[in-house]
Design a protein around this ligand. Structure first.
Ligand code: ADP
Ligand code: MG
Length: 482
């Protein structure tokens, strides 16, 4: 039988506020355990939560960025359950009335024939909630430690429609959301630190059947690669289970990257097990239209729009535009280079996507830490376009700039890399080479065209690669045919 996969993701994005969602305690990562949880985060008797305005601003910004409705009235609810890292015995979340509803985001996937195909993924809702603490199993023998620093950290839970049909689509969607939350500066996107993680809901159904199959929910996946592997594993497991006469049960599973498999954690709670009810300590969240409009005015150019503009304004391919807009910082860097060069956007793109990105990757650096600034790269590209250096020599110049040897002009000067564009000088070099290799000249003239490369190589060797390649080619052709 042919099976179809159905996936819906619940993404938890930690909002990049300095203080918690309902208290003034710090959200900074990495503090000593239990030094950043105050009485409100712990739910000690007699305290009252106060909503952080910044959290509302960020949720609204996200809602606007995915073309969703930002609710003028939403409600905080208590989700009741017991767990050692949840001292209050309930989590403050939103249930029936979330702050953001009915949005969407577009993904693109390669169709196998080299074409990019777009697909729209619905975002059912995004709601505000507080994070719980963290259980620490590793440092304690036979015991579990509890660190409550994270309790009360603001989260935006972004719930998709079950619109994805493959692990690849799920990853593409997760990447788009990840890109977006960083663009609009509501989340640092740091997946190692747990600032961006997801639960994947996965089911399968016979192809052509309308009704969804029973889903399993794989919890807390914190890398794109693991999302893809966990879903692929889970799909195989469900198909094998059904085909051997079994039934998928609705449950929560955990992905184990070491063994590349998912394991059952617990049977899935129904919503009514949580006894959701409106939190009596918090008023409904009312957002004035003027607040929403003020937030709208702070929206930057979004990735999608930037990609389209890069294609039309700089005549880049969709692939190049996608690469260069993957983060706002990289896009800004690229545009600064183009502006400073004043021409050749494609050449600028090649350098940013080529040598610059390769070096950043190699040295594990972010664009913000690049030793070669946009002004330095632009300065070097100008020396290519004005024929001071060839593209090949430029690689040497770039490496020197990367290693802190100064800007392009300083490097070219110090290392004597200026290209030879004096055609008299190039002719002289060619004459010497032809005179020293009469056999090869004769062979070339009798039809061995491939020897052309030999002469180019000899000339480049004689000039340490500094002969202007175009001039060299032209003069060499002329002399060899004469
Ligand atoms: P819960 O809050 O109990 O996890 P929801 O109904 O809010 O349940 O759904 C959570 C996620 O599961 C959503 O992203 C939704 O798209 C997805 N989902 C719902 N049903 C299925 C299904 N049969 N197969 C795959 N995903 C599903
Ligand atoms: Mg869920």
């Amino acid at each position: 039988m042919e099976w179809e996969t159905v996936i819906g993701l619940e993404i938890h994005a930690q909002l990049a506020t300095r203080s918690k969602i309902f208290s003034g305690a710090s959200t900074a990562f990495g503090a000593a355990p239990n030094t950043q949880a105050c009485a409100v985060d712990l739910g000690l008797p007699g305290v009252l939560p106060v909503l952080n305005r910044e959290v509302v601003r960020m949720a609204a910004k996200f809602g606007l960025a995915i073309n969703a409705t930002v609710a003028e009235r939403s409600v905080f609810a208590r989700k009741n359950y017991f767990y050692p890292d949840l001292p209050k015995g309930y989590q403050i979340s939103q249930y029936e009335l979330p702050v953001v509803a009915n949005g969407h985001i577009d993904i693109e996937l390669e169709d196998g024939a080299g074409n990019m195909v777009g697909k729209r993924i619905g975002v059912t809702r995004a709601h505000l909630e507080e994070d719980a603490g963290k259980s620490l199993h590793e440092d304690f023998h036979g015991m579990t430690g509890i660190d409550l620093n994270r309790a009360g950290t603001p989260l935006l839970e972004i719930v998709s429609e079950p619109d994805m049909r493959s692990a690849k689509e799920a990853v593409a969607y997760m990447k788009r959301i990840h890109e977006l939350v960083r663009y609009i500066e509501i989340c640092d996107g740091n997946m190692q630190e747990g600032s961006f993680r997801c639960d994947a809901n996965v089911s399968v159904r016979p192809k052509g059947q309308e009704k969804f199959g029973t889903r399993a929910e794989i919890k807390n996946i914190n890398s794109f690669r693991f999302v893809e592997k966990a879903i692929d594993y889970e799909v195989e497991r469900q198909i094998a289970l059904i085909e051997s006469g079994g039934k998928v049960v609705q449950e929560t599973r955990l992905y184990d990257p070491d063994r590349d498999e998912t394991r059952s954690m617990r049977a899935k709670e129904e919503a009514n097990d949580y006894r959701y009810f409106p939190d009596p300590d918090l008023l409904p969240l009312v957002i004035e239209p003027s607040f929403i409009e003020a937030v709208r005015a702070t929206l930057p150019e979004l990735p999608e729009a930037k990609r389209r503009r890069f294609v039309s304004e700089y005549e880049l391919s969709p692939y190049d535009a996608g690469f260069l807009t993957a983060s706002r910082e990289l896009a800004d860097y690229y545009e600064a280079v183009v502006k400073a060069v004043g021409a050749e956007p494609k050449l600028c793109a090649n350098w940013v996507m080529g040598d610059l990105s390769a070096n950043l990757n190699r040295d594990g650096k972010e664009i913000g830490d690049s030793p070669v600034s946009s002004a330095m790269l632009a300065g070097m590209i100008k020396r290519i376009t004005d024929n001071t250096i060839s593209g090949k020599i430029a690689k040497e110049v770039f490496e020197a700039m990367w290693n802190g040897e100064g800007d392009a002009d300083a490097v070219i000067d110090k290392k004597g890399l200026k290209q030879i564009t004096d055609s008299g000088a190039i002719e002289k070099i060619i004459d010497d080479i032809l005179a020293a290799n009469p056999d090869n000249v004769a062979a070339y003239r009798s039809g061995k065209d491939k020897l052309f490369g030999f002469f180019v190589g000899q000339a480049m060797k004689a000039t340490q690669g500094k002969a202007n390649p175009q001039q060299l080619n032209e003069l060499l052709k002329k002399k060899l045919s004469g």
